[in-house]
Design a protein around this ligand. Structure first.
Ligand SMILES: NC(=O)c1ccc[n+]([C@@H]2O[C@H](COP(=O)([O-])OP(=O)(O)OC[C@H]3O[C@@H](n4cnc5c(N)ncnc54)[C@H](OP(=O)(O)O)[C@@H]3O)[C@@H](O)[C@H]2O)c1
Length: 239
């Protein structure tokens, strides 16, 4: 981190889509970013960006790996963005138990474990900290072919609300961003995607912009959650 950085922000899922857009926006705003993902491409990293390749769904290894990561961070942490996630969308009868487990562990439990790993340090820092979760419109209402995905996002939302309450007497604020369809590689593995028109999907940069709104809130005010949607909902089957 350079001396004039606005602080270090940890972003999971920083290799792609929303997390990548958030990281680039944070860097542009003067923060340092530590990105977490299973893999990053080998291109030269931007200044003030560092990355760690980690499988957040490997829950047995995760606490030990996070301990190591925390030990190697010497500066105060300004934010933790729990964003990594996957989608397995199908009718319940079509989902394997392995997929159900993977969605819950990646989208929910890993974030609970990451937050737990850093929380005492964040509370003790005596400086403003934002813990932000990428939820989803699926955190707000269940919908067909989304049973496990919605359940994972409802879990994230409940967890975020509880942690917000637990952090109320510290300088740690907890927020959740709930986007509808965002045009990212999230849909690469799915059988459907948002319509092609610009109003059929949010851009990842739109979500990144709202992360900055959360960070810029006056200390003492918490942005509990932000819901955002494409103006016109259109889903299309992929060929
Ligand atoms: N796109 C949408 O329409 C939409 C809408 C609402 C909410 N969201 C949520 O937004 C978040 C980001 O999704 P996205 O749309 O940006 O999708 P994306 O482009 O596919 O990005 C997903 C990110 O999560 C990381 N990730 C997945 N599994 C991981 C694991 N086991 N360990 C470490 N990192 C892992 C990926 O890294 P690797 O590639 O290295 O695995 C990648 O960086 C997710 O939580 C998703 O549920 C998406």
């Amino acid at each position: 981190m350079t001396d004039n950085s606005k602080g270090l922000i940890i972003v999971s899922g920083a290799s792609s889509g929303i997390g990548k857009a958030m990281s680039l926006k944070l860097l542009a705003e003067g923060y340092s970013v530590l990105g977490l993902a299973k893999s990053f491409d080998n291109k030269a990293a931007p200044e003030n960006f560092s990355s760690i390749e980690i499988d957040l769904a490997d829950l047995d290894q995760l606490p030990t790996e996070l301990d190591q990561i925390a030990k190697n961070i010497s500066e105060p942490i300004r934010g933790l963005v729990n964003n990594a996630g996957i989608g397995k969308m199908a009718f319940l009868e079509q989902l394997s138990v392995a997929d159900m487990r993977l969605v819950m562990e990646t989208n929910f439990l890993s974030h609970a474990i990451v937050t737990k790993a850093f929380l005492s340090q964040l509370k003790q820092q005596q400086s403003l900290v934002d813990v932000v979760f990428t939820g989803s419109e699926a955190a707000l209402a269940g919908a067909r072919q989304g049973s496990i995905y919605c359940a994972s996002k409802f879990a994230v939302r409940g967890f975020a609300q509880a942690i917000r309450d637990e952090c109320a007497k510290s300088q740690v604020r907890v927020s959740i961003l709930n986007p509808g369809a965002v045009r990212t590689p999230f849909f690469d593995e799915l059988h459907f995607e948002p319509g092609d028109a610009p109003q059929n999907a949010i851009e990842p940069e739109d979500v990144a912009e709202l992360l900055i709104t959360i960070l810029n809130a006056r200390p003492g005010t918490v942005v509990d959650e932000i819901n955002l949607s494409p103006q016109t909902h259109v889903w299309q089957k992929k060929p």
